[in-house]
Design a protein around this ligand. Sequence first.
Ligand SMILES: NC(=O)c1ccc[n+]([C@@H]2O[C@H](COP(=O)([O-])OP(=O)(O)OC[C@H]3O[C@@H](n4cnc5c(N)ncnc54)[C@H](OP(=O)(O)O)[C@@H]3O)[C@@H](O)[C@H]2O)c1
Length: 249
Amino acid sequence: MIFPLSSFAEDETGIVLITGSNRGIGLEFTKQYLERGWTVIATARKPEKAEDLRQLGIQYPERLSIHQLDVTDNERIDALAKELVDQPIDLLLNNAGISGYIPDQIFGRLDYDSFEQVLAVNTVAPLKMAEAFYPHIKSSNLKKIVSVSSSEGSIGGAYDDESGRMYFYRSSKSALNMVMVNLAFQLKSRGIAVGLVNPGPTDTDFMRGIPFPLRSTEEAVTDMIENIEDIDIDNTAAYLNYNGKTIDW
Ligand SMILES: NC(=O)c1ccc[n+]([C@@H]2O[C@H](COP(=O)([O-])OP(=O)(O)OC[C@H]3O[C@@H](n4cnc5c(N)ncnc54)[C@H](OP(=O)(O)O)[C@@H]3O)[C@@H](O)[C@H]2O)c1
């Protein structure tokens, strides 16, 4: 199915492609964009097991399509881009991410295969997605690429806490930031805005067992959608915290 061009100028809706839509923050993005009248191209590694997403599909059959996608599978990314050829995408939302197993990230016991996996999902895949879906984004009204980063990717933040932890996750998000800043300046003259958003500590499987207060996915995603609306060509390369403030690189 090809969704028609969005009518963003009139009613502030559009077409968004979201990675990792089956649970956590990605599922909540899917839900909230649908509630706001957007059309959502949801992707998940195992759509057949994505029960919550499929329920949303029943609720919004006209505006939600669900596609299989492992973001580390470049051939599958290219195949999906081909399946969706001529489909404008206003917003590419690179949400899928992994932290890596924490005990693998302890100096002296580092697991380098695990490091590669974290980089593949968090850093390489968002760039590959942007490259594969560039024609779709370019032909849309809004023309935005946004990646869910983390304040854990802030090198300034590492200076503040001086802890030396989560080597793979933190460096994958720092590298994601640099990838997206490059992309922002490369695509600026082509009218495509690129940005990074941070949900803050949010209550998902990702943070299971973390002993400090977590924000709800509803709250985190409502804040990020507001931040995403604020990203445009004039502030391309923005790195925005959930409260709308710029994060120190
Ligand atoms: N939660 C937080 O406190 C927090 C804070 C800062 C930033 N973030 C970022 O927010 C994003 C979403 O995190 P979350 O909290 O929602 O985590 P989550 O609940 O663990 O969900 C992660 C999502 O990413 C998907 N995913 C993982 N590897 C994938 C792959 N190879 N291909 C496609 N999808 C894949 C998962 O799919 P499966 O179900 O198939 O595994 C799942 O849908 C991540 O980028 C994360 O770094 C989260």
